[in-house]
Design a protein around this ligand. Structure first.
Ligand code: NAD
Length: 268
């Protein structure tokens, strides 16, 4: 059989996708790219108004999108989101576990509640979504792709982020475990590990550190950029393009892998 053409490789039309935390930031950029490639995209987010706004922007550009309110750490809301994707697009082929939080605190100040919340959203949520989606993918028998948002902090610990580092380290092993177990069903599972990306969440985190350390926000930003060999912050679309690659047929033989998208940060 002839190899697919370049446009066929990245053609996701007919397919259904679910992006958690897709209302804003990196998740929004991922939703835009998947929709541009032709997929119907269900945005599942705790911020319904922002999710609806993102879905409207996709539709205004001629794409297909729906929005639902769902908290990824609530199994029944995850099931509802998966069924909403099936109802909207007739199938579910691509799932992106993007919803995540990153509270920054010295480890000695971290409460049990904070630990549970970070692990619940970042790690348990990814498991719940992957499981609910994979059940549908296995039943449909068409395979699928699951892409998990890890972080450079999964590979190199960031200060003041012990629960986050642990949750993202767990995300990498969740990715590998799912990849092995779901491979017989032609479901590929991969991760992306972003470095510093400009988003509403990372802006808020930096503002929090700026206040706590009494260091100007701009100084913290410049300090970070100086550690990045490519000398800039990442944009959400820097990550979305890699997620699109992993969701596409261009990545047909990749599973259990993690692609770092950090401008070289981990090299420094
Ligand atoms: N921004 C970065 O520098 C960076 C770096 C590495 C990894 N990441 C990871 O990328 C992902 C997205 O980060 P971002 O910077 O775009 O975040 P963000 O805070 O800007 O946006 C996160 C989105 O997730 C939603 N969300 C939060 N909790 C949720 C829940 N329980 N259920 C459903 N939706 C929920 C929010 O409403 C929001 O729309 C996260 O997993 C984050 O850990 C981000």
């Amino acid at each position: 059989m002839a190899n697919p053409s370049l446009s066929q490789l990245f053609d996701l039309s007919e397919q259904g996708a679910l992006v958690t935390g897709g209302a804003l930031g990196i998740g929004q950029a991922i939703a835009f790219r998947l929709a541009e490639a032709g997929a119907g995209v269900l945005i599942a987010d705790i911020d319904l108004a922002a999710a609806q706004e993102t879905a409207s922007q996709i539709e205004a550009r001629g794409g297909r999108a729906r929005a639902v309110r769902a908290d990824v750490c609530r199994a029944e809301q995850v099931d509802e989101a998966v069924h909403a994707a099936l109802a909207a697009f007739g199938r579910l082929d691509i799932v992106v576990n993007n919803a995540g939080i990153f509270p920054l605190q010295p480890v000695l100040d971290v409460t049990e509640e904070t630990w549970d919340r970070v692990l619940d959203i970042n790690l348990k949520g990814a498991f719940l979504v992957a499981k609910a989606a994979a059940q549908q993918m296995v039943q449909a028998g068409r395979g699928g792709r699951i892409i998990n948002l890890a972080s450079v902090d999964a590979l190199h610990p960031n200060g003041m982020a012990t629960p986050y580092n642990a949750s993202k380290g767990g995300t990498l092993m969740l990715t590998k475990g799912l990849a092995v177990e779901l491979a017989p069903h032609a479901i590929r599972v991969n991760a992306v590990a972003p470095g510093g990306i400009t988003t509403p969440g990372s802006d808020a985190a930096r503002a929090h550190v700026s206040g706590a350390l009494r260091v100007p926000d701009a100084a913290i930003l410049q300090g970070w950029i100086q550690r990045v060999p490519l000398r800039r912050m990442g944009e959400p679309d820097d990550v979305a393009k890699v997620v699109l690659f992993l969701a596409s047929r261009a990545a047909d033989f990749i599973t259990g892998e993690c692609i770092v998208v950090d401008g070289g940060y981990l090299l420094s």
